[in-house]
Design a protein around this ligand. Structure first.
Ligand code: C2E
Ligand code: MG
Ligand code: MG
Ligand code: MG
Length: 291
């Protein structure tokens, strides 16, 4: 795909450029335009404390509102952005939106942290740490209020492990979270050695908890593992009360899922927050209360 893209035509060594490759090729060029024309936006999904139900964080999730195809989900274009070498700028954009949101809360004495997903490819970009540091400085947000979500696949990579990029990110004060935990290959010794602060139980386990003993058992094991390693644990994909209550009983620290809220565009997040806490964070001059 890359060769075909950069030479501007169909590479001769491709016997057949099938429909799917063609669509990807086309989307790749359109992604450039999309980023320039602000078709790439973000939504925010609240994460709450499992005991108190207070909002503690929001995860920033990228969206592509395509003028002809409608909304393209991130799973369909993140890998594409990686392949055409645009994942860096895309991540910078999402990080900027997240820190901007965080900064405006801070201006109102509200401390809600923001989480940003980092794809595997980003961890091997030599200037990643400098860019994250620069973004925190630009927005005046303390590192403590930023969480970077990594996947297991990205941290088992040798070059990443050897480069100490995780250690340098951690030194900025931010939190590192292992996303989709339970689906990858990280070993216990890696979990102990890496500067990871948190595990996120993959939603494939959480979604089955209310109906399957097996999934519940896996979730419970992950909660215990995390706590034994001194890590915090978050469950994603919490869709019903039964699951929420099970997780709370297990001692899971934080919850995220459609039961709490779907991912919301910024204006609707404001409404959600107001309805939930009585805090109007968007309106200037409103009475502020610390969460
Ligand atoms: P993720 O980081 O594991 O994000 C959680 C995904 O689960 C989101 O899908 C979210 O909408 C969905 N979700 C949350 N609660 C529930 C629930 O209760 N039930 C169900 N069925 N789903 C729930 P989304 O937004 O489509 O994102 C998919 C993946 O794309 C993310 O998984 C993440 O790996 C990736 N992604 C999203 N934004 C970014 C980004 O800015 N950068 C990078 N590198 N990856 C991103
Ligand atoms: Mg995530
Ligand atoms: Mg996840
Ligand atoms: Mg995922």
């Amino acid at each position: 795909l890359l060769a075909a893209h950069s030479s501007g035509g169909v590479a001769t060594y491709h016997p057949v450029l099938d429909q799917q490759s063609l669509r990807r090729l086309q989307l790749g060029t359109e992604l450039e335009t999309a980023m320039a024309e602000e078709q790439i936006t973000v939504v925010f999904q609240p994460i709450v404390d499992a005991r108190t139900a207070d909002i503690v964080s929001v995860e920033t999730l990228v969206r592509w509102a395509h003028p002809r195809y409608g909304d393209i989900p991130p799973d369909d274009f993140i890998s594409l952005a990686e392949q055409i070498g645009r994942i860096g700028p895309l991540t910078d954009h999402v990080l900027d939106r997240a820190l901007d949101r965080c900064r405006r809360w801070l201006d109102q004495d509200i401390a809600i942290s923001v989480a940003v997903n980092l794809s595997a490819r980003c961890l091997s970009e030599p200037d990643l740490v400098a860019r994250v540091r620069g973004a925190l400085r630009h927005h005046g947000v303390p590192g403590e209020l930023l969480t970077l979500e990594l996947t297991e696949g990205s941290v088992v990579d040798d070059t990443v492990r050897n480069s100490n990029v995780l250690g340098e990110l951690h030194a900025l004060g931010l939190r590192l979270s292992m996303d989709d935990f339970g689906t990858g290959y990280s070993s216990l010794s890696q979990l102990r050695q890496l500067p990871i602060d948190e595990l996120k139980i993959d939603k494939s386990f959480v979604l089955g908890m209310s109906t399957s003993q097996n999934e519940s058992f896996i979730a419970r094991s992950i909660v215990e593992l995390a706590h034994n390693l001194g890590l915090r644990v978050v469950a994603e994909g919490v869709e019903d009360e039964v699951t929420r209550d099970l997780l709370a009983q297990m001692g899971c620290d934080k919850l995220q899922g459609f039961l709490v809220s779907r991912p919301l565009p910024e204006d609707r997040l404001e409404g959600w927050l107001l309805a939930r806490t009585g805090v109007r964070s968007a309106a200037p001059g409103a009475r502020h209360r610390r969460l």
